[in-house]
Design a protein around this ligand. Structure first.
Ligand SMILES: [Zn+2]
Length: 417
């Protein structure tokens, strides 16, 4: 067993929440801003004060390394991100990063030598709100290269990605620069659930089985614009009527027929958008999610056929294109078991669950066994200044991370000094 210092963890969460803290108690610490750099510097200083090695890579991913007995062995990597949404909460990302750092300090405090090195990571730009896409740091790390197209990116506030990245790297001059990507034995990330199920079921630990796949469609249905007053029913080719008929049928089938499915229309528009004209074109987006690739295929086929049939019925034409496709991710069984057992050893209730949102672990999982530990957040609220995690839940999540990390990194025979 490895005892963590829960008070120290909660004090750290408060200290980091002050960096970019908002008047409403939230955090605005968007990726590659001065706030982000201040948070990274603070973590780097805390790490150096404990004698850990601090390094970074060309994506400004920040790493803190504690030696293992076999220091050439691939490390166990634990962590999350420190960037936030513009009106973000104090726990999304920070909880996982600071829990990981607490594990490193607890190992040091207890004088435990692990077989493998343990590395804490803070990934760059998980949120993707200032520079899209999200998870840039972990994506580049797992691909082993930074996509050339990113260099020219300009932020929502006009800043250049290349310049902000260079500034961020330069703001930690003491951190040794390493090439992108290294061999990882296992990756574990603690994160708030960002949904209501753990809190509602009074379960303090979610063992994440995987992240559901996501597919986006752009839909355009074309008919004919005509006078709202003079055009009788049989003369209409109304694309809005076709689309709404298709959508209402999809709302009645996709999610009601399958509790794991998600179906969302988040954007819809009609052209020319006149109060007294039948539209000639309507457009909408469709976001579909499911943990199983084959079901995602089924849902996509159903959506396409339903819209196509309704369009034809109204004498309209449907054009549907896929704009985004993210395959589902299935986390390592071994790591899930280690987390489950770590919770059981501490007599903490846990439940297996899926993640509805993307996380850095999804990308790391492409190159190493990965898993996640979820903790409850109040009312399931996240990406919101009111985001809140009970201090006791933060401690429980960190505690389970500590036991799982020790199990996977292995306690060396030299044991505790
Ligand atoms: Zn996050």
């Amino acid at each position: 067993m490895l005892d963590i210092d829960g008070d120290r963890l909660n004090a750290r969460l408060a200290a980091f929440a002050a960096i970019g803290g908002t008047a409403n108690g939230g955090v605005n610490r968007q990726a590659l801003t001065e706030g982000d750099r201040r948070a990274r510097r603070l973590l780097g200083e805390l790490a150096q004060a404990r004698g850990f090695l601090v390094f970074q890579d060309p994506m400004a991913n920040l790493f803190i390394r504690r030696k293992g007995r076999d220091d050439t062995a691939a490390p166990v990597v634990i962590g999350s991100h420190l960037d936030s949404q513009p009106a973000g909460g104090r726990f999304d990302g920070a909880l996982g990063t600071l829990s990981a750092f607490e594990v490193l300090e607890s190992l040091e405090d207890a004088g435990i030598e692990t077989e493998r090195p343990v590395v804490v990571v803070s990934w760059t730009n998980e949120e993707g709100c200032r520079f899209a896409p999200g998870c840039m740091g972990s994506m580049a790390f797992s691909a082993g290269e930074i996509p050339a197209a990113w260099q020219g990116k300009v932020a929502t506030d006009g800043a250049s990605f290349a310049e902000e990245l260079a500034l961020t790297i330069a703001s930690l001059p003491e951190a040794e620069m390493l090439p992108l990507g290294f061999s990882v034995h296992a990756y574990i990330e603690v994160h708030i659930e960002q949904g209501p199920s753990l809190e509602a079921n009074e379960i303090p630990i979610g063992v994440v089985k995987g992240i559901q796949g996501t597919r986006w469609l752009d839909v355009a249905v074309t008919g004919q614009t005509a006078h709202a007053g003079t055009t009788g029913l049989s003369y209409r080719r109304d694309p809005l009527r076709a689309l709404t008929a298709a959508l209402s049928s999809l709302y009645e089938t996709v999610m009601p027929d399958d509790p794991d499915a998600r179906f969302t229309v988040g954007r819809i528009s009609a052209e020319p958008g006149s109060v007294n004209a039948i539209p000639d074109r309507v457009r909408c987006t469709i976001d579909m999610r499911h943990p199983e690739p084959s079901r995602l295929d089924d849902i996509e086929r159903l959506v396409i056929s339903c819209i196509t049939v309704e369009a034809r019925r109204q004498g309209c034409n449907a054009e549907i294109t896929r704009s985004f496709d993210m395959a589902p991710c299935i986390f390592s069984d071994t790591l899930q078991q280690a987390i489950e057992q770590a919770a059981a050893a501490r007599k903490i209730k846990s439940a297996a669950m899926l993640s509805g949102a993307f996380h850095d672990a999804l990308f790391v999982n492409r190159v190493a066994p990965a898993a996640m530990i979820f903790v409850p957040c109040r009312d399931g609220l996240s990406h919101n200044e009111a985001e809140y995690v009970e201090p006791a839940h933060a401690v429980t999540g960190c505690d389970v991370l500590a036991q799982a990390t020790l199990e996977i990194a292995g306690e060396s025979e030299n044991g505790r000094s």
